[in-house]
Design a protein around this ligand. Structure first.
Ligand SMILES: NC(=O)c1ccc[n+]([C@@H]2O[C@H](COP(=O)([O-])OP(=O)(O)OC[C@H]3O[C@@H](n4cnc5c(N)ncnc54)[C@H](O)[C@@H]3O)[C@@H](O)[C@H]2O)c1
Length: 261
């Protein structure tokens, strides 16, 4: 009879997770990974999709709940969401995934100030508010938690015509490192995933804009394909589980090799 080494390294049984933007795309892919490893999750977002997805996952036998929140509303909404999620998850959050995000494209010299502020508010400010709320809950309760932010290739490279998106994702990377430095001594790992090009609602307008940019980007990905939300299941489990207990402050590309080319 073989004795298994570290059989529960990637298991999340009994753990609880709050996932913003969990009703679609990368957030939903990560939610599925965490559920598959044994966690219960709250999918948070502002569209009906979180209800549809939570119902679907519950019907499959998983512990999935939906909580509506509009994270553009600011810190009070982040606090309310955290409180509601705690109620659904038995008073405790072990894992936070910040996947709610948006983009906007316009020539930099004419980029509207309102759009710039809007994108920063959701991608960067709300990520900070959620980290602060859930981080404090973890610290106050001695939870050795895991926080996973969603950065981007735009955390590393300039992104022509998307100055707000690039600024926000550069900020998410630095925020992740700052929080990792602050909280790793107290048992909380804070990391970020930097997706390459992934087919989701966010990128659909680029895929179908008739400029062949899709094919051009596709050719630059060594994996030979765009990513799919399912490609984020494994990295979510890794960064949320004991397997990554000595990793904090990392911005991990999940990009089919894009950043290596
Ligand atoms: N798709 C890509 O190629 C790619 C690449 C790099 C980074 N990302 C990042 O991944 C994250 C998820 O994006 P995605 O590609 O899965 O697209 P997506 O549109 O499927 O996901 C974004 C989610 O954010 C939610 N959301 C939007 N506004 C919100 C608000 N005000 N309050 C609460 N929730 C709100 C949406 O309902 C949606 O579920 C984003 O942060 C995005 O910047 C995506």
């Amino acid at each position: 009879m073989k004795e298994y080494i570290c059989p529960d390294l990637f298991r999340l049984d009994g753990k609880t997770a709050l996932i913003t933007g969990g009703g679609s795309g990368i957030g939903l892919g990560m939610a599925e990974g965490l559920l598959g490893a044994g966690a219960s999750v709250v999918l948070a977002g502002r569209s009906q999709r979180i209800d549809v997805q939570a119902d679907r996952l519950r019907a499959m036998g998983y512990g999935a709940h939906a909580v509506h929140a509009d994270l553009r509303l600011g810190e009070a909404e982040a606090a309310r969401l955290t409180g509601e999620a705690k109620k659904r998850l038995g008073g405790r959050i072990d894992i936070l995934v910040n996947s709610a995000g948006c983009s906007g494209v316009a020539p930099a010299e004419r980029f509207p100030a309102e759009l710039f502020t809007d994108i920063l508010q959701l991608n960067l400010n709300a990520t900070f508010y959620m980290c602060r709320e859930v981080g404090r809950h973890m610290l106050e309760n001695g939870i050795r938690g895991k926080i996973i932010n969603i950065a981007s290739m735009s955390s590393f490279f300039g992104n022509r015509d998307s100055p707000a998106y690039a600024a926000s994702k550069g900020g998410v990377a630095q925020l992740t490192k700052s929080l990792a430095d602050a909280w790793m001594p107290r048992g909380i790992c804070v990391n970020a995933v930097a997706p390459g090009y992934v087919e989701t609602d966010l990128t659909l307008p680029f895929i179908h804009d008739g400029t062949h940019r899709y094919d051009h980007l596709f050719e630059r990905v060594p994996a030979g394909r765009w990513g799919s939300p399912g490609d984020f299941r494994g990295v979510a489990v890794f960064l949320a589980s004991k397997a990554s207990d000595f990793i904090s402050g990392v911005i991990l590309p999940v990009d089919g090799g894009y950043s290596a080319r």
